[in-house]
Ligand binder design. Structure first.
Ligand code: GTP
Length: 237
């Protein structure tokens, strides 16, 4: 098997990815497929920190747009990420991968609290660490949580796995002539307002020179290809 080019990565999965075709909630076949893909990359020898969104269960931004208090809506979204974290833990352990869940909001009966040095120790011992509850603060997205945790654990790259196969100059679902970027700079993403991650997350990566690779999660095997350095999706650098 090809050697991975990264020793430690932060993998960001969208919550919607777990829903599969059913659109909401957690689809068993889908989460099993994702766990197999993550396990493949793990077995190649990569240390993996994982941040998962919550949009398959609850979208704070959407609820606040409909008039709900933004902070309350965001807290509900954070709880949704914890549900996904536990589901992923179960799915990964069924693939024989040891994991630990750490949450940014304390719920010690359910999972460990987030402790940076302990998270790093878990990674060194070969456990995938799943970070739940975002940053623990409203008004921040799970993309920002991914950037923050990536820096805290000294990840070499953020891998953002979504439903799209990279970054386009315009929405490929609406424009037949949309062009995909192989590489793009942080500042171009910000200036063009491209929907890769929110601007807080992109700015943090830019300030700390942390590359982002975004690629299509729905293609089985893509996580392994990405950690082996194959050019898939788009590199933001
Ligand atoms: P080391 O012994 O340091 O290698 O790590 P470990 O995670 O195996 O040890 P620990 O004894 O801390 O944890 C054993 C199990 O208990 C693991 O599954 C942890 O995720 C879990 N655990 C540890 N702390 C907490 C906690 O505060 N809350 C919950 N719910 N589980 C915890």
């Amino acid at each position: 098997m090809k050697e991975p080019v990264y020793k430690r990565i932060l993998l960001k999965l969208s919550g919607e990815a777990l829903a599969g075709k059913q659109g909401t909630g957690i689809n068993t076949a889908t989460i099993t497929q994702i766990a197999q893909d993550v396990a493949e990359a793990y077995k190649a020898g990569v240390q993996i920190g994982l941040v998962i969104g919550g949009g398959n269960i609850y979208r704070g931004v959407a609820a606040s747009a409909e008039g709900m208090d933004r902070a309350s809506a965001d807290y509900m979204g954070m709880l949704a990420t914890c549900i996904n974290a536990l589901a992923l833990q179960d799915a990964l352990e069924k693939q024989g991968v040891p994991t630990r869940v750490q949450t940014a909001i304390e719920m010690a009966e359910i999972a460990e609290p987030y402790i940076r040095r302990k998270a790093i120790r878990h990674l060194e011992k070969g456990r995938i660490v799943i970070f739940g509850a975002g940053t623990g603060n409203p008004f921040f997205t799970t993309d920002t949580a991914a950037s923050l945790r990536a820096m805290e654990i000294n990840a070499q790259v953020i891998m953002k796995a979504t439903k799209v196969d990279g970054i386009y100059d315009k929405d490929p679902a609406k424009h037949a002539d949309a062009k995909k970027f192989d590489k793009i700079s942080y500042i171009d993403v910000l200036n063009r307002g491209l929907q890769v991650m929110d601007s807080t997350a992109i700015s943090m990566c830019m300030d700390n020179k942390l590359p982002i690779i975004t690629f299509d999660l729905t293609q089985p095997g893509n996580i392994l290809k990405a950690v082996q350095g194959e050019i898939i999706g788009t590199l933001v650098h």
